[in-house]
Design a protein around this ligand. Structure first.
Ligand SMILES: *Cc1c(COP(=O)(O)O)cnc(C)c1O
Length: 334
C-alpha cells in the first residue's frame, strides 16, 4: 500500500532505530535525561531561541505556548484554517480559557494588516483583550504553503509593537526551511515562541519541541507536568528526533521534488491541482470520497479534506517508484 495520507505515517529507519536502542536515558522530570537535554539544547540553538522543551506532540507544544503566554479570558488571533483553530479538539478554550479570533488568509497565510487589525481591540470592558497572534508555517490546509519573509516579519513586528505574544506553529517549519533555503532560526526571527514537530516529515516515532525565552519555557515545563506530559526515560523517544535533526532535514527536498512531479503529472491528466510549494498535493474535485475509495482499492491511500478536496502528502517512506505508480492509478481513475 502506498500511503500518502500524511507525513505522520512515517516509520523510523533502521539507523534511527539503532540510535534509539543505544540512547542514554534518565528521569526527565528531574531533567536528568541526557538525550532529551541534548535535543532541547540543539533544538533551541537551531531555532535561535534561549531554551526548548520536549513534548509528546506538537499539539501539546502549541497548547503549552498558549497557556504560558496568555491569561484565561484573553483572545488570540489565528488563521481560520489553522491547526490550532481546527484540529486541536477545542483545546484553547478548554485548557487556557481563550477566545479564538479567526482571520481568513490566502492559502492559510495571514495578511499582516488584517491580522493586526483583528488584534487591535478597543480598550473597553465589552471585549476580550488580545494576547497573541499565531502563524502556521507551512500552512497545512493552505496546501503546505510558505509564508513570505516580509509577511512573517510584518506580523512579528506588528505583534511586538502592540505588546502581543507571537507564536509560530512550525509543525512543518523544516519543510519551509528546505523550500526557501532560509534557516529555521531566520524563519522564526522576531517570533516569541515556536513549536516544531519531529514525527512528521522528519520521521521520528513521536515528539515535538516548544522553543522560546527561558522563563516562558520554565512555565511551559510546569504546565506540561500538569497535563501529564512529564515523561521519565523519554530519551528513548527524543533519540529519534535527535537523529532526525541531523539526518532527515536535508532529504526533505526529495519529498518536495516528488510532490512537484506528482502535481505536474496529475495536472497533465486534467485534475485540478494546486501547485505544491512543499510536500503536499491538493486536488479539488466534486466527489473526494469516491476517489479516495477507488484509489485505495488500487493500492494507494490519501485523504479527503472537506467537501471538495483530497490531499496527497510525500514523505520519508514514499519513493520515486511510488509516485510513478500513483500517477498511473490516478490516470486510470480520471
Ligand atoms: C500535525 C500538526 C500539529 C500537531 O502535531 P501532533 O504532533 O500531531 O500533535 C500542529 N500544527 C500543525 C500545522 C500540524 O500539521
Amino acid at each position: 500500500m502506498i500511503d500518502l495520507r500524511s507525513d505522520t505515517v512515517t516509520r523510523p529507519t533502521p539507523a534511527m532505530r539503532r540510535a534509539i536502542a543505544e540512547s542514554l536515558v534518565g528521569d526527565d522530570v528531574y531533567q536528568e535525561d541526557p538525550t532529551i537535554n541534548q535535543l532541547e539544547s540543539e533544538g533551541a540553538a537551531l531555532l535561535g531561541k534561549e531554551a526548548a522543551l520536549f513534548t509528546p506532540t506538537c499539539t501539546m507544544a502549541n497548547q503549552l505556548a498558549l497557556r504560558a503566554s496568555t491569561r484565561p479570558g484573553d483572545a488570540i488571533i489565528v488563521e481560520s484554517g489553522s491547526h490550532i483553530a481546527n484540529y486541536e479538539s477545542g483545546a484553547p478554550a478548554m485548557l487556557s480559557g481563550l477566545t479564538l479570533i479567526r482571520v481568513p488568509g490566502d492559502r492559510g497565510i495571514l495578511d499582516p494588516a488584517a491580522a493586526l487589525a483583528a488584534a487591535a481591540r478597543p480598550d473597553d470592558v465589552h471585549f476580550a483583550p488580545s494576547a497573541l497572534i499565531a502563524v502556521e508555517n507551512t500552512a497545512n490546509l493552505g496546501g503546505g504553503a510558505l509564508y513570505p519573509a516580509d509577511t512573517l516579519s510584518a506580523i512579528a513586528d506588528g505583534a511586538a509593537a502592540m505588546g502581543l505574544w507571537s507564536h509560530c506553529d512550525g509543525a512543518r517549519l523544516w519543510n519551509a526551511a528546505s523550500a526557501t533555503g532560509r534557516s529555521e532560526a531566520a524563519l522564526v526571527d522576531g517570533y516569541a515562541s515556536v513549536s516544531v514537530c519531529l514525527s512528521k516529515g522528519l520521521g521520528a516515532p513521536a515528539g515535538a519541541l516548544l522553543a522560546g525565552p527561558r522563563d516562558f519555557i520554565k512555565t511551559a515545563r510546569r504546565f506540561r507536568k500538569m497535563l501529564g506530559g512529564g515523561m521519565r526515560q523519554a530519551g528513548i523517544l527524543a533519540a529519534g528526533g535527535l537523529y532526525a535533526l541531523s539526518h532527515h532535514r536535508a532529504r526533505l527536498a526529495d519529498d518536495h521534488a516528488r510532490a512537484a512531479r506528482l502535481a505536474e503529472a496529475l495536472t497533465a491528466q486534467g485534475w485540478d491541482v494546486q501547485t505544491p510549494e512543499t510536500n503536499m498535493v491538493y486536488i479539488t474535485l466534486d466527489a473526494p470520497a469516491a476517489l479516495v475509495a477507488g484509489a485505495q482499492a488500487q493500492g494507494v491511500r490519501f485523504s479527503a479534506v472537506g467537501r471538495d478536496r483530497v490531499r496527497l502528502v510525500t514523505h520519508l517512506n514514499i519513493s520515486d517508484a511510488d509516485i510513478t505508480e500513483t500517477i498511473a492509478i490516478l490516470g486510470a481513475l480520471r
